[in-house]
Design a protein around this ligand. Sequence first.
Ligand code: SF4
Length: 95
Amino acid sequence: MQDRRGVDGQSDDELSWQRLANCLGVDPDLFFPERGASTREAKEVCKGCVVRNECLDYALANGEKFGIWGGMSERERRRVRRARAGGQRDGAASA
Ligand code: SF4
């Protein structure tokens, strides 16, 4: 999403994936639906996006709390974050 990606200290290089985003030119509001509104259309755009993983990683790394990133809603990203945190704890425990 070219209109909503903050630069937040990120270098052009770190954000170069955005140039390949499927959502370039798509209305950013689609990715920030009102509470309870459908996320289907946004997720459809994300489905064929070649930088979906980069987008999701960016959102997770920057604690993006709102909107669809990497084809995932806030709730879905929270689940990923918890799973990754749990995996890290498990890994630390077994090390
Ligand atoms: S995954 Fe979705 S929100 Fe992220 S860059 Fe691609 S199309 Fe845009």
